[in-house]
Design a protein around this ligand. Structure first.
Ligand code: AMP
Ligand code: MG
Length: 347
């Protein structure tokens, strides 16, 4: 399949009337799939009301069919078309964080969207992205769009259009290149279908920010305890993994360097994932800085790109520094743990 590429400047006004956006919207209405930028990562969009269209997402990504998709909307009326029994707390979260990187799991309205989107569950995950191109595309298509991250299943999510093309060129109808995404990690998924909201996936909106709005928020215990099945089906899969095995190291710079030396003596090529503060301080085959330790948002922003850069560098093993497990650090550590398949080395 020929994959069309459109370059669009997200700062232009009246984007929904742009020829590139209109063409991409027509392709979506014809039940083909198109990748587009959001403020979190690039999404792979398809008409959420069509089984045929949604199937194409699962096929292109190689995504297991039991892993439901997030539905992206551009106006609130679309929410009431797909969800029901929306609680006051959910409404408060929506008014505070939408458009933005917060996905709400709500009770699904019958006969609204394709069963494939929700993988047979009676709940649906919905969000309104805070990105002018995403909003313009949904508006122009006049459809709710099912859109997971636009990567091959298991690989790091794409934060540049190039990453999408590396994974999916030839498999999808088009890619809108709107430059680098913002947050760099996926949305926070919060289940609001019960009484107390539960975080199913940490992400762009932090637990602390959520608690400011709705008081008590729980976190799915499976995210912190091994051996339990997570409530977001997608959280059970290994994800974001670079080709080389990745180890998270809880320890000092000297300890990490000693791990590097030991491997290099065995002829193994070693990569180190660090931050700008220590970039010059390691001696390894590849040292890549992932933002600044004083600004964890910059770490989130670069993380997936850096994991993909290690693939290009052909190292045999990667040691990553670890990050504080608070604020956006919670989402960073969650993704690092999944990328590392929970391989952890303590000093
Ligand atoms: P992605 O589309 O790759 O950003 O992943 C979406 C995440 O949301 C996955 O972890 C899904 O399992 C999760 N998710 C989507 N819909 C639901 C739902 N109805 N209930 C629980 N988790 C969901
Ligand atoms: Mg994904």
């Amino acid at each position: 399949m020929d994959t069309k590429q459109w370059i669009v400047d997200k700062y232009e006004v009246g984007l929904e009337a742009y020829p590139q956006i209109k063409e991409a919207a027509r392709i979506l209405q014809a039940n083909q799939v198109v990748a587009f930028p959001t403020e979190t990562v690039y999404g792979l969009g398809a008409n959420a009301t069509s089984n045929e269209a949604v199937n194409k997402i699962f096929e292109a990504k190689g995504r297991p069919s039991d892993n439901p998709l997030i539905v992206h909307i551009s106006r609130l009326e679309q929410l009431d078309m797909i969800a029901q029994d929306i609680s006051d707390i959910a409404r408060q979260l929506i008014s505070k964080f939408w458009p933005g990187p917060l996905t709400l799991v709500l009770k699904k309205k019958d006969n609204s969207i394709s069963e494939k989107v929700t993988a047979g569950l009676n709940t649906v995950a919905v969000r309104m992205p805070d990105h002018p191109i995403a909003l313009a595309l949904i508006t122009a298509a006049n459809l709710p769009l099912a859109a997971p991250s636009a990567n091959l299943s298991g690989k790091p999510s794409p934060t540049l259009a190039k990453h999408v093309a590396d994974d999916l060129a030839g498999k999808i109808a088009g890619i809108i290149d709107g430059g680098a995404t913002g947050v760099g990690l996926e949305s926070t998924v919060i289940d609001c279908s019960g009484e107390i909201p539960v975080i199913l996936r940490p992400g762009g909106v932090t637990k602390e920010q959520l608690e400011e709005i709705c008081g008590k928020v729980e976190i799915d215990q499976a995210l912190v305890t091994e051996g339990q099945a997570p409530r977001a089906p997608g959280m059970k899969y290994t994800h974001y993994a670079p080709k080389a095995p990745l180890y998270i190291v809880n320890g000092s710079k000297i300890f990490i360097q000693s791990l590097v030396n030991e491997k290099q003596e065995q002829g193994i090529k070693v990569g180190v994932l660090t931050t700008t503060e220590r970039e010059q301080e390691y001696a390894a085959d590849e040292v890549i800085a992932c933002g600044s330790r004083n600004d964890l948002e910059s770490v989130a922003n670069r993380l997936y790109e850096v994991l993909r850069l290690f693939d290009e560098s052909k190292v045999d093993i990667i040691f990553s520094e670890s990050f504080p497990n608070e604020g956006i650090g919670e989402a960073i550590m969650n993704r690092l743990h999944k990328a590392a398949g929970h391989q952890l080395i303590n000093e």
